[in-house]
Design a protein around this ligand. Structure first.
Ligand SMILES: *Cc1c(COP(=O)(O)O)cnc(C)c1O
Length: 402
């Protein structure tokens, strides 16, 4: 049990709280599932990029899946070895590609033919050989929310099978490219195994077909996307996930790379706000809290459901309320028509499953400083990012005042 009251007394609100021990358990579950195969868990840094969180995974032996050079730098800073870092994303700038090659990361995950050309050119300028993988878009419907679905041709991610094959041949013939991996990531919050298995089969077939023309890949990168329980979802068990993938790889000697983000951190995290007031507009009841969409965007962005717990002495009956923040947008809510008892000033609202795509999607909208972040480990709490103050928010503008 986490003592939200004493933590918020100490660190104030709004506050992010992460249970690092829970993250360890999740990491171990996945690692265990792939036991008996060479595997690398490359934590998807974008899910929660706090340096202490990334460092926690680095200490467990995790690699890092990065989608900007900033994330690559974070991973290195947090102690992830370069040989376990991969760099994905549909739009990498020349500077980012150059730095990734110079830092000698495991591979650059290429998402288009044009990008492959840029990587080759930059590697040549540097007199280096760049290891690459290609992100294949298997055109499989992941059956998840359209905003977090990435494996269909009408999404911007990856390349189709024919282009991928052409790109591998081109890379294999280049003195400056070394094709070592193949990658697919069909979406996030996956709760069905069938699309994963189908994608893995398609991609494994391509690996076999490349092997017949002497292009032997080493890494089979299955992306991330493993779903978690926000509400009452039926989940894919890590063991079944691993078996489904491994079942497609018979007679192939490949290292599995997986890139979980949400699975490792979402349910380790809590976002805690204080109740400011209750108000009523006609029939509608609102609980106004001090946290807002600039702290936790998912409800506003995806209408995402988060379980909410009230910490209160109130014994009243539950009513349906909208839980809203102070930001000047109608989208600024954490839940609508959510059953909560009557709440008092300074009661606490705990938003669950906030450890992934929470703080990182935050902003300073409405000139609100971002929340503090606290990590719990073995019963002790540690501040891992201090609350932003007004001076932080204006620091980069102040120098330009007339
Ligand atoms: C976002 C992303 C991930 C992580 O997704 P989760 O749903 O958090 O597991 C992994 N790989 C790539 C390429 C991504 O874009």
């Amino acid at each position: 049990m986490i003592d939200f009251r004493s933590l918020t007394d100490e660190f104030k609100t709004p506050l992010y709280i992460y249970d690092l021990d829970y993250m360890t358990e999740q990491y171990n579950k996945l690692k265990e599932a792939f036991k008996g195969r060479k595997s690398i868990v490359a934590y998807a840094v974008k899910a929660n990029s706090n340096l202490s969180v990334v460092q926690h995974f680095a200490k467990l032996g995790s690699g890092a899946d990065c989608v900007s050079i900033g994330e690559v730098r974070r991973a290195l800073k947090a102690g992830v070895p370069a040989y376990k870092i991969i760099f994905s994303g549909v739009g990498k700038s020349d500077d980012e590609i150059r730095e990734a090659i110079e830092k000698d990361i495991l591979y650059i995950n290429v998402e288009s033919e044009a990008e492959l050309g840029r990587v080759e050119m930059i590697a040549k300028e540097l007199g280096r050989v760049s290891r690459i993988s290609i992100r294949v878009n298997p055109n499989i419907d992941p059956k998840t929310h359209p905003y977090i679905s990435t494996g269909l041709h009408d999404n911007k991610f990856g390349v189709d099978l024919n282009s991928a094959k052409r790109m591998y041949i081109m890379a294999n013939n280049s003195a400056h490219l070394d094709p070592v991996g193949i990658h697919f990531h069909i979406g996030s919050q996956l709760t069905e195994l069938t699309p994963i298995r189908e994608s893995a089969e398609i991609v494994a077939d391509l690996v076999r077909s490349l092997a017949t023309i002497k292009i032997d890949l080493k890494f089979f990168d299955i992306g991330g996307g493993l779903g978690i329980r926000y509400d009452d979802e039926t989940l894919i068990e890590p063991y079944d996930y691993a078996q489904a993938i491994l079942g497609c790889l018979t007679a192939l000697d490949l290292t599995i790379l997986c890139e979980p983000g949400r699975f490792l951190t979402a349910n380790a995290g809590y976002f805690v706000s204080k109740v400011l007031y209750e108000k009523q507009n006609g029939e509608k009841k609102f609980v106004v809290v001090d946290g807002a969409m600039n702290d936790l965007l998912r409800p506003a962005l995806y209408k995402a459901y988060h379980k909410i717990e009230a910490i209160t002495e109130s014994q009243g009956e539950k009513r349906a309320v909208d839980i809203v923040g102070p930001v000047c947008e109608s989208g600024d809510f954490f839940a609508k028509d959510y059953p909560l008892p009557a709440l008092n000033h300074n009661d606490l609202i705990v938003v669950h499953s906030a450890g992934a795509y929470g703080f990182g999607m935050g902003s300073n909208y409405n000139t609100r400083g971002r929340s503090a972040e606290v990590a719990l480990q073995g019963g002790t709490a540690k501040l891992i990012r201090r609350r932003e103050n007004f001076e932080d928010l204006i620091a980069l503008e102040e120098a330009y005042l007339d």
